[in-house]
Ligand binder design. Structure first.
Ligand code: BTN
Length: 249
C-alpha cells in the first residue's frame, strides 16, 4: 500500500450542521483528501453509530469529530487507529475536565459502567491505498439518548467544558499516538496502553460478531490490541466486535 507522508498537522474543517462527519470525510477521502483532515460539527442530521445504529445528539451538546487516517500497515492492525482515538479522547477528558474514563474494548469510553463516548471507524479501500475515518461522539452536555446508560463531562466535571478546548486536547493527544502507529514497536505500545486502560479485562462479556456471538471472560488484550476471551470451548481471539459487559455468573 502507498500512503503520502503525513506532516503531523491537522486540517480542521468546522460545520454547524452536516449529515455525518464520518460520511463527509469518506467523501473527501475518495477525492484524495490527505491524512490529518478533521471534520467537526455542532450537529449531525444523519449521525452514524456502530451496528448500523443512528447517533443522535442535540446541537452543541457533544464533541462530534472525525479524523482521516491513511495508514501504511497491515489491514489486520487498522483497528489501532480507532484505539488511538479512544485513548487520545480519554487523555483529553483527563486533561480538560479531570475526568478519568476507561476504554470498553475496543473503543467506547466509560466512566464506571456509564457510556461517555462512542467511536465508529469506517474504511475505504482504494486500489493503491487505504483510508480509515475514525469518528468520535463524546457527550459534553447531555448524557446520551434515553435507554442508554450514559454520562457526560459537564455532569462529572466541576467546571463547564468548552468543546473547542476539548478538540485541541484530543488532537494534541492523538499526534504522538498516530506517530507510534508507524512502527511495529509503536503499535505494540498503543496496544499496551489499551491493555492498561481497558475496563473489559476480567469481565464476563458477549462479543457480537457478524455471524455469531462469543461469550466468556475477557482475559487478555494481546500485543496487536485484540481481545482474548476464555470461552467454554477454549480461548478465542477477536479483532473487532460489539462488546457487552455481562453480570458475573
Ligand atoms: C457508537 O455507536 O458508539 C459509535 C458512535 C460514533 C458517533 C460519531 S459522532 C462523529 C462521527 N460521525 C458519525 O456519523 N458518527 C461518528
Amino acid at each position: 500500500m502507498v500512503s503520502a507522508m503525513w506532516g503531523g498537522t491537522w486540517d480542521v474543517r468546522r460545520f454547524e450542521e452536516i449529515d455525518s462527519t464520518n460520511a463527509y470525510l469518506l467523501r473527501q477521502a475518495r477525492s484524495g483528501a490527505p491524512e490529518g483532515t478533521v471534520a467537526v460539527a455542532d450537529h449531525q442530521s444523519a449521525g452514524r453509530g456502530r451496528m448500523d445504529r443512528r447517533w443522535e445528539s442535540p446541537a452543541g451538546a457533544s464533541l462530534l469529530a472525525s479524523v482521516l487516517f491513511r495508514p501504511d500497515f497491515d489491514p489486520s492492525e487498522l483497528h489501532l487507529c480507532t484505539v488511538s482515538v479512544a485513548l487520545a479522547a480519554a487523555e483529553a477528558c483527563r486533561r480538560v475536565a479531570g475526568v478519568g474514563a476507561v476504554v470498553k474494548w475496543p473503543n467506547d469510553l466509560l466512566v464506571g459502567e456509564a457510556k461517555l463516548a462512542g467511536v465508529l471507524a469506517e474504511a475505504e479501500f482504494e486500489p493503491a491505498s487505504c483510508a480509515v475515518v475514525v469518528g468520535l461522539g463524546l457527550n459534553v452536555d447531555w448524557p446520551g439518548p434515553p435507554g442508554v446508560a450514559g454520562t457526560c463531562l459537564n455532569d462529572l466535571s466541576s467546571t463547564p467544558v468548552d468543546r473547542d478546548v476539548l478538540l485541541v486536547a484530543l488532537l494534541d493527544a492523538l499526534t504522538g499516538r498516530r506517530a507510534l502507529l508507524d512502527t511495529a514497536p509503536g503499535r505494540r505500545e498503543v496496544a499496551a496502553e489499551l491493555r492498561h486502560r481497558c475496563a473489559t479485562l476480567g469481565q464476563r462479556v458477549r462479543v457480537e460478531l457478524a455471524a455469531e456471538a462469543v461469550v466468556g471472560v475477557a482475559v487478555e488484550v494481546d500485543d496487536a490490541g485484540h481481545l482474548v476471551v476464555q470461552t467454554a470451548a477454549g480461548p478465542r481471539t477477536v479483532s473487532a466486535g460489539d462488546v457487552v459487559h455481562l453480570r458475573p455468573g
